[in-house]
Write a new protein. Sequence first.
Length: 242
Amino acid sequence: MSRILVTGSADGLGRAAADALLSAGHDVVVHARNEERAAGLAALVDRGAGLVVGDFTERDAVRRVAAELNDAKPLDAVIHNAGVWSGRAVMPVNIIAPYLLTALLRGPRRLVYLSSGSHFDGRASLAGVDWRGASAGSYSDSKLFVTTLAAAVARLRPAVPSNAVDPGWVPTRMGGPSAPDDLELGHRTQEWLASSDDPRALTTGGYWYHGERQQPHQAVHDEAFQDRLMRALAEETGTALD
């Protein structure tokens, strides 16, 4: 069985994924942004899940979580699930945190990044992006960036399957109660990519929706755009992704 980190697993899709992976016998590490949210994960921790706590709006917290995980048993996979819809945390949580974790964590053999159909509305431009969120930021842009990050990592680390997943617009706290998509299908693909021995799950550089590989925004596989994004993230965080 695999050791899998699921970020943003206090509720919604992250919790559903962590719960299902734990039920399947995997060694799961859950994540919450603060101790209050972590208390809500007691049921999973009682069943054997590990726990890390850190507010991903703060880069030092992301680094501390990475260091804590690097000092523990190696991870086999990471599901970068943590995300926010609006406000000043959009860029810090949706793209800076997964970039930093990818750069800092040692050893994960599979990487899964949560994208969104909204990434098609993102702008393939880095001009004027406020990575620290002082002037907030576009959710669509952040999801285009993280989908591009997944593709860039697939190219730069060919031995590590790296994929992006659109979970659909599902009825979570972020998606709202009227969201029309299937909550169950919304977390199955990322679990499969993180843990399955199916040859399709071991492919890399994909953009997936409900178990099917689809074509993302044309900028995602533009290597020049990938390189610009990776340089910008490395310069912004002071941390290069090898």
